[in-house]
Design a protein around this ligand. Structure first.
Ligand code: ZN
Length: 665
């Protein structure tokens, strides 16, 4: 599971004048830099390990582009050749529109918006692009010449590849989603293919994650088969480079990490998902290594059936001073499980191995770059989580950078009606956010258990929304628990008040700024927040727990009764856990469809107008630092971290030096 930023923009004190944190802005995006405090103090062996893992993290970028849509690599490369070779006027509106479009493609790792999944609409013409292409020597384009028409269709025809991920109830979700996980396969065929596979394995208590690392296609006779992502399989040229750097990392790593990396390499070489489980078990058991990483096909949010995983990477090391908070939460994991409002039969009798730490990220890659989660809880396989627990991290240098970039942007003044709420958000907003993230990641996802016979995939396309809701509700419920004060994690209930007011405002209202006009809510984290906020509004109506207020022609939402709201979070947690535990698809579907999807057009328009008037971009992402090796007599004697602040240069550098796949895969 990945946890993304709760807030559209966090609360701000006075802006600080220092090196700018925002390095680029375009469309609805701001690109921020992040720092890696503590890197210079790491021992040399750990610096080398970070360096090798960071190289491995950069080598899978093309995989994600291709996974997101089959035309993404030719589109990106064609535009890059134009961008680097165009000798015409670079001050015209059309050129600027082309540049913006390319920046968006880089950011989204493809032609679809990273959050809404909708295809970008170009603001330059096909004629302009073709003239630009013709002004550049043909040989610069190489094999791309043969793909020009396909590239133009992809960019300019609104009917081609309209969305990356369609989750509309009733549609064939595979034929209407234009990610590259399935090719010519219908939803019912894919579901049967994997149901048969699971059935053939019998009642395996340790099921592999069927379909996680492959594309599903048909041969000429119409038979369905998997193209596995491994060395010698699909995406081999990129995976070979990833493995090259992982093997370097393996050389400098200490046990038990050395064996963990070896297990990952073995999995990349064989594509065998049993090996992936073996790697995950080693990885989750290793809570001692200071440097840690994620590298592989991990999260399934991009697949409408929730099976195929996008490639991602992240390299990090422990922020020991900041770990106290999550240690306290972890140490009390059993207390939280025992005292939750969940039905007794769906609680874990024994919560195992909840490890939690605060980390400093050193490199982001694949589906974590440039937009990144701020918390991660892995592995995803239910049976491994049950048997071995999970590792949960919150990424402090990223939230710190977000916070810095948002200071003084006017958001709270515009949307928070009551001064007392603004003051509480100012004082406790970051702590409430951090703590909620910790609770969501350390305890929320790992809590609860399934009824006997329930496997975990029953909720299908509603599964990720309900899973995020479950973890969020666990966090919200406990954020306001007196236990938090008792454990010394918060000074008072005011922290919960700050978090609750913000969560409800975001879920009911301000997150709508991210939705395109005329669209409904699609993304599962956003659906989850809307689901919770709308459900609590509805259930608390009689007691006026949450209230819509009109003032000076503007709409606001306020929380009147924080204690009752907390009780509602508890009730809802109980129900969402029941749905997951029993695999109650119909109830889950009804909940999501009723509360999480439909947008009120008038409110939507108002929120967008007020939000965009502030000039804040609703999405953020990051440029990576770079690591420079210092050598003496052929030996690495140091690794230095430097902070480039140019988004375009970094993207072009990655496309030149970390691009290993052919145009068509
Ligand atoms: Zn989550």
């Amino acid at each position: 599971m990945a946890f993304s930023l709760l807030a559209l923009a966090s609360c701000g004190k006075a802006p600080q004048r220092e090196t700018p944190w925002i390095v680029d802005r375009f469309d609805d995006i701001k690109v921020i830099r992040y720092e890696v405090p503590g890197f210079a103090e790491l021992p040399l062996e750990e610096k080398k390990l970070v360096y090798y893992l960071a190289e491995a993290a950069k080598c899978g970028r093309d995989i994600l582009f291709d996974q997101n849509c089959a035309v993404n690599l030719p589109v990106r490369r064609t535009l890059e050749v134009v961008y680097e070779n165009y000798a015409g006027d670079r001050t015209t509106e059309e050129w600027k529109a082309l540049e913006k479009y390319l920046k968006k493609v880089w950011f989204a790792n493809g032609i679809h918006h990273h959050y809404s999944n909708d295809k970008f609409t170009p603001e330059f013409s096909e004629v302009f692009l073709l003239e630009a292409i013709e002004s550049i020597p043909e040989e610069k384009f190489g094999e791309l010449n043969a793909l020009r028409e396909a590239v133009c269709v992809a960019i300019f025809d609104p009917k081609a590849y309209p969305t990356r991920l369609n989750q509309r109830d009733g549609d064939d979700l595979l034929l209407t989603s234009y990610s590259n996980y399935y090719h010519g396969v219908r939803q019912a065929e894919a579901e049967k293919f994997y149901a048969d596979m699971a059935a053939a394995a019998g009642n395996d208590p340790e099921p592999i994650s069927y379909g996680l690392n492959s594309q599903l296609v048909k041969d000429e006779k119409g038979r369905i088969y998997e193209r596995t992502w491994k060395i010698g399989g699909m995406y081999s040229p990129a995976i070979e480079r990833i493995v090259y750097w992982l093997e370097k990392a393996q050389e400098v790593a200490a046990e038990p990490q050395k064996s963990t990396i070896a297990a990952l390499v073995e999995y990349y070489k064989t594509g065998d998902l049993k090996r992936f489980d073996d790697y995950n078990i080693r990885w989750v058991k290793d809570t001692v290594s200071n440097v840690d990483f994620v590298n592989g096909f991990i999260e399934d949010y991009g697949d409408p059936l929730g099976r195929k995983a996008s490639w991602e990477a992240n390299v990090n090391f422990m922020d020991k001073a900041a770990c106290h908070r999550t240690e306290v939460i972890s140490e009390n994991a059993q207390w939280f499980e025992d005292n939750s409002p969940v039905a007794p039969e769906y609680k874990k009798a024994k919560v195992k191995g909840v490890s939690a730490k605060v980390i400093t990220v050193a490199m982001l890659g694949g589906d974590c770059y440039p937009a990144t989660p701020i918390g991660i809880n892995l592995p995803n396989a239910d049976w491994i989580r049950k048997e071995y627990g999970s590792k949960s991290v919150t990424i402090d240098n990223i939230t710190y950078a977000y916070d810095k970039a948002a200071h003084g942007n006017g958001f709270d003044e515009e949307f928070v009606l009551r001064a007392e709420d603004r003051e509480r958000m100012d004082q406790y907003g970051k702590l409430a956010d951090d703590l909620h993230t910790d609770l969501h990641e350390c305890l929320g996802h790992g809590s609860g258990q399934l009824a006997p016979g329930v496997k975990g995939g029953e909720l299908k396309s509603y599964g990720s929304t309900l899973e995020e809701a479950r973890a969020d509700l666990f966090g919200l419920y406990y954020l306001g628990d007196p236990k938090m004060v008792e454990l010394g994690l918060v000074p008072s209930f005011d922290v919960a008040k700050a978090g609750y007011a913000h969560y409800i405002m975001n879920g009911l209202m301000t997150q709508l700024a991210r939705i395109e006009p005329g669209k409904n809510v699609e993304e599962s984290h956003m659906r989850n927040r809307k689901l919770i906020a709308e459900w609590c509004y509805e259930r608390g109506k009689e007691d006026n727990v949450i209230e819509w207020v009109e003032e000076n022609g503007k709409t606001y939402v306020v929380v009147n009764d924080f204690e009752k709201l907390r009780a509602l979070f508890g009730e809802m947690l109980r129900e969402v856990q029941r749905i997951k535990s029993e695999g109650d698809y119909e109830a889950g579907r009804a909940l999501v469809e009723q509360y999480a999807v439909a947008v009120d057009p008038a409110l939507h328009q108002e929120v967008r107008e007020r939000y965009y008037a502030l000039g804040i971009e609703p999405y953020g992402g990051f440029v990576n630092p770079e690591y420079e090796v210092v050598e003496k007599d052929g030996e690495i004697v140091d690794v230095k971290v430097v902070y480039p602040a140019n988004y375009v240069e970094q993207m072009l550098d990655y496309s030149k030096n970390y691009s290993f796949l052919p145009n068509v895969n």
